[in-house]
Design a protein around this ligand. Structure first.
Ligand SMILES: Nc1ncnc2c1ncn2[C@@H]1O[C@H](COP(=O)(O)OP(=O)(O)OP(=O)(O)O)[C@@H](O)[C@H]1O
Length: 282
């Protein structure tokens, strides 16, 4: 469980990047952390990992304060940063060294993940891997640590299209009831059919924190003709008319969620989104 209580964060004396953020993230879920460039996704992940400290407010991860970086905290959280700088050592040496920090690291799983990503387990020097190969290697390692919290910052950057599909498959299979996964991205389509809850940052604050089930109960994703319905939150021209997001006023059947349209609707109608999703903890 990750709990943020009124967290404000700023770099030095600059304007706050995150302001009075209160969020609760629960195990058994894969959260998609969304936001425009510079919205503060990486900063938030680094705060959760204890690599940055809140200017104000409190963060608890499984009851522990990340900033203390206690061994029990570190062995139960894996953070995959956006830029992966692997050392100039061999695959075998890296695994032998790093696995010692994660008591639940599972070698068999690790090799299965590498196979799923079509990376040979005979990789040589890590600094000679391409960006996509480095990502696949570290994603496989992170999943195999079996930590209860897994934070991944832009993990799909650098992955080719088949690998993105493989990523979704592998991560969803690795979700267990006691595991909490947070994946940040600005390429929201990469998270289609993977996440089951969305956390959206906008304008330094939390705009949306909702399970997708709730999103589809409260919003409809439709194609409309030229005349847009009055309750539309967002519309974009499409080949067949307008692709729209509107309120699900009469609780009609669910429509499939389009994450990109959800994102655009939230950014363009923030006040209506807040009214529609008055999160217990915002
Ligand atoms: N080390 C730093 N020192 C000062 N300001 C920083 C630092 N790192 C990030 N920022 C600023 O904090 C804000 C949030 O950055 P952050 O990297 O958290 O956003 P992001 O949502 O992850 O962006 P992106 O999607 O582009 O990766 C930006 O305005 C950025 O310029």
């Amino acid at each position: 469980m990750i709990n943020l209580d009124n967290v404000t964060f700023r770099y030095g004396r600059k304007q706050p990047v995150l302001q009075e953020l209160s969020i609760q993230l629960k195990p058994g879920h894969i959260y998609g952390l969304l936001g425009s460039n510079g919205a503060g996704k990486s900063s938030l992940m680094r705060l959760m990992a204890g690599l940055l400290y809140p200017t104000d407010g409190h963060i608890r991860v499984n009851g522990r304060e990340p900033r203390r970086r206690e061994p029990a905290f570190l062995e139960d959280l894996f953070f995959l940063p956006e830029d992966i700088d692997l050392p100039a050592i061999t695959f075998a040496r890296y695994v032998a060294t790093m696995r010692a920090f994660y008591p639940r690291f599972n070698d068999e799983q690790f090799r299965a993940y590498l196979r799923a990503f079509q990376l040979p387990s005979t990789i040589g020097w890590l600094d000679e891997l391409s960006l996509g190969q480095r990502k696949k290697f570290i994603i496989s390692f992170g999943l195999a640590t079996n930590t209860s919290v897994l934070l991944m910052d832009e993990p799909t950057n650098g992955l080719d299209i088949p690998s993105k599909a493989q990523f979704r498959k592998v991560v969803s299979a690795a979700l267990l009831p006691d595991r909490l996964v947070v994946i940040s991205t600005h390429q929201v389509r990469d998270l289609d059919a993977l996440i089951d809850a969305v956390v959206l940052l906008n304008d330094h604050e939390l705009l949306l924190n909702a399970p997708l089930e709730q999103v589809s109960q409260r919003l409809r994703f439709e194609i409309s003709g030229r005349d847009l319905p009055a309750d539309v939150l967002y519309a974009e021209p499409s080949l067949r008319g307008h692709a729209i997001v509107r309120e699900n006023v009469d609780a009609a059947d669910d429509t499939p969620i389009d994450l990109e349209r959800l994102f655009n609707a939230a950014i363009s109608s923030p006040q209506r989104m807040k009214t529609l999703f008055p999160a217990q903890k915002r």
